[in-house]
Design a protein around this ligand. Structure first.
Ligand code: ZN
Length: 258
């Protein structure tokens, strides 16, 4: 069984004491690729170091997280853009993570939109998939993607927790739903959505160190827990584990153009 974690922040300090063990455990459980979304200028170095030390295993993306959009946005986005358009041969496999976050702080909504729009432009220009963070803003994110959709623009609605209608809209735009630990939470309602969405539109993720699946909910998440997410989806879809793994892995390879 081969799995891909399409969204994990294994470069964060939460893994400083046992990062290699975490990667090793994940590999033992079947994960052979890890996609690393960036957060902001402060996370770039550790992300690039991890990717360089694990070439062909860890794949970096470049972007500015909506939660890091503050008064110094212009300074941040300039740094991110410089990395993205570097002339040193440094390769990024996606744009992100970016998007909108309506949960924490409403005072930067306009800047978050401008930030998201900038990332959509890069994704189209560079023909790279975009990883979208859409917490409490799924409708707005769908609308912005719809407005900007062309035949090249694709990507992942990471940590999707929306409605069936939204899931269909995303699939119809040729985007993928990133499904992680939330699928194991009681009362999250994501099982009802997944029952009606074809596996062709789904990729797997952990969002480590956040959003650990049951029975680790509330604790540090790590990529080896991806197997708990696959198992849950296999139960929901009433399909063998291996089939869920192979379809979602193929989807991940497709969206990241590998
Ligand atoms: Zn993330």
């Amino acid at each position: 069984m081969k799995l891909i974690d399409t969204h994990c922040h294994l470069y964060l300090p939460e893994f400083d004491s046992d990062r290699n063990d975490v990667i090793h455990r994940a590999q033992e459980s079947g994960v052979d690729k890890f996609f690393l979304p960036n957060i902001d200028s402060s996370s770039v170095n550790s992300m690039l170091l991890l990717s360089a030390a694990n070439s062909g295993i860890c794949y970096p993306m470049m972007g500015l997280h909506p939660g890091s959009v503050k008064d110094d946005w212009l300074r941040e986005i300039t740094i991110i853009e410089k990395y993205l358009f570097n002339t040193t041969g440094l390769k990024f496999y996606g744009i992100g993570e970016t998007g909108l976050d309506g949960y924490w702080d409403k005072s930067y909504v306009h800047k978050q939109k401008e930030n998201f729009q900038r990332h959509i432009g890069w994704a189209k220009e560079l023909h790279l998939p975009i990883t979208i963070h859409s917490r409490e803003a799924t409708e707005e994110c769908i609308a912005l993607i719809k407005e900007n959709k062309d035949e090249n623009l694709t990507g992942i609605f990471h940590c999707f927790t929306g409605t069936i209608e939204q899931a269909h809209e995303i699939a119809d735009m040729d985007f993928y739903l990133g499904i992680g630990g939330v699928v194991t939470f009681k009362n999250a309602g994501l099982d009802k959505v997944l029952e009606q969405i074809d596996l062709e539109h789904i990729v797997l993720e952990t969002d480590s160190p956040y959003l650990a699946p049951v029975p680790y909910r509330g604790k540090r998440n790590e990529t080896s827990y991806l197997k708990l997410i696959v198992s849950k989806i296999a139960v929901i879809k009433n399909l063998p584990l291996e089939e869920v793994a192979s379809i979602t892995t193929r989807n991940a390879m497709r969206v990241f153009q590998l």
